[in-house]
Design a protein around this ligand. Structure first.
Ligand SMILES: *[C@@H]1O[C@H](CO)[C@@H](O)[C@H](O)[C@H]1NC(C)=O
Length: 423
């Protein structure tokens, strides 16, 4: 989970909101056979081993080591969940849950310590090979995120994503990892919606026009939004096999005179020209931005189906934060109501194929450190081996996958413990 992701789907949601739809509570709802269930994590948030075995510094190593510290409680991902060493336990948890797939990300600087393909770090490659092979042994599909926010610091020093050379750097890196892992990894994912999925292969007209007009007024010689060339539009339009969607919450937006001068300018928010808020009656997670609004999820899925000609959709993240504790009834309720909303969209015809819960286990939640917990498994950050224990939500998720049924009335008996089912 990360702020930038929230901005991306906020942009979706801005257009989506109006009135709420009542989500029906079925006794026990059948889940379509084709839908794959999994859980997700990301390299910096779980791996640890930040400066050993050949790995070099990335932007999150840099920011989490800043003094005075900027992350809550001065937490860092130096050890995180120690997944670099605990990957077998991670795969065991996937087996306990009965996951079809596991979505994880690759650490660019663990594989390419210079950022470039002149040097490939064997130990880093070995780690991902071990993880992938351990998963495949138990028929769990690896789904790989190429980039989950941990840019090499060296590339950041060169401007990072604002340097046009990043296209070549990222392509080089991607080629290396496709070559290293592509024989076994069938699912890969990267970013971006409208230019890829809309019939025009470009940013929405309103976005281009508005930013161009504002840029002119603000005294810029050209629009702050770079333009795609016709060749680029040709290249990216329809270039993805599916749309990957991280979704957590909903915002209501309004726009009247009060919006003018409300934000500093130029800025992303000033460009969108709306004020957004969340209803105070919505149930809140530990993260203050995260309110449970399942009907917002339904409306977003509907909009994707209608605006983008019903592309295959992978829900790559969805989840709820708490402050910890094994009895997480609020997370259980969140998962049930959001999955219910997703099933409504599927019934309406949405081509949703994959659902990944965020997250398999608690992890380093960026600027919030370990204070906000998203895991199906609780991680004990006092223990040296970062002991993982299933929460109530893990039992409920497991039962849902086992029975292929969403049942609001199922109550797990947690005293039985969590085992791997042979079938
Ligand atoms: C703008 O809309 C908001 C929300 O409906 C309202 O609270 C506010 O008073 C309005 N402001 C103006 C200047 O109309």
């Amino acid at each position: 989970m990360f702020g930038a992701v929230r901005l991306v789907f906020l942009a979706f949601i801005l257009a989506v909101l109006a009135n709420s739809k009542k989500i029906s509570r079925h006794e026990a709802r059948k889940i379509p056979d084709h839908l794959l269930f999994g859980a997700a994590t990301a390299s910096y948030q779980i791996e640890g081993t930040w400066n050993e075995d050949g790995k070099s510094e990335n932007i999150w190593d840099r920011v989490s080591h800043r003094e005075p510290c900027v992350v809550d409680n001065c937490d860092t991902g130096d050890l995180a969940d120690d997944s670099y060493h605990q990957y077998k336990r991670d795969v065991e948890m996937m087996r306990e849950l009965g996951l079809d797939f596991y979505r994880f990300s690759l650490s660019w600087t663990r594989i390419l310590p210079t950022s470039f393909p002149d040097q490939i770090n064997e130990k880093g490659v070995q780690y991902y090979n071990n993880l992938i092979n351990e998963m495949l042994k138990y028929n769990i599909q690896p789904m790989v995120t190429l980039y989950h926010w941990d840019l090499p610091q060296k590339l950041q020093d060169l401007g990072g994503w604002t340097n046009p050379h990043i296209v070549d750097w990222f392509t080089d890196y991607s080629r290396v990892v496709f070559q290293l892992f592509g024989d076994r990894v069938k699912y890969w994912w990267g970013l971006y919606a409208n230019p890829i999925f809309s019939e025009f292969g470009d940013y929405p007209a309103v976005m281009k026009d508005r930013i161009a007009a504002k840029s002119k007024k603000q005294g810029f010689p050209r629009s702050r939004l770079p333009q795609f060339t016709p060749e680029e539009i040709d290249l990216i339009k329809g270039s993805s096999d599916f749309i990957g969607l991280n979704h957590y919450t909903t915002n209501i937006v309004y726009r009247n005179e009060s919006v003018y001068g409300y934000y500093s300018s130029p800025s992303f928010y000033d460009d969108i020209e709306v004020i957004s808020y969340q209803d105070s009656s919505w149930e809140s997670a530990a993260s203050n931005w995260l309110k449970s609004v399942p009907w917002g999820f339904y409306k977003l899925l509907t909009k994707i189906r209608e605006d983008y000609n019903n592309p295959p959709v992978f829900i790559t993240e969805n989840g709820f934060s708490t402050r910890g504790g094994l009895i997480d009834d609020d997370r259980v309720k969140y998962y049930r109501t959001y999955i219910d909303a997703m099933l409504d969209a599927i019934e309406d015809g949405s081509d949703i194929r994959v659902y990944a819960a965020w997250s398999l286990m608690d992890n380093f939640e960026w600027m919030r450190g370990y204070s906000e917990r998203f895991g199906l498994y609780e991680v004990d950050y006092e223990s040296p081996d970062r002991t993982r224990t299933p929460r109530k939500s893990a039992y409920v998720y497991k039962e849902m996958l086992r029975t292929r049924t969403l049942d609001y009335h199922y109550e797990p008996d947690m005293s039985l413990g969590m085992n791997v089912d042979d079938n």
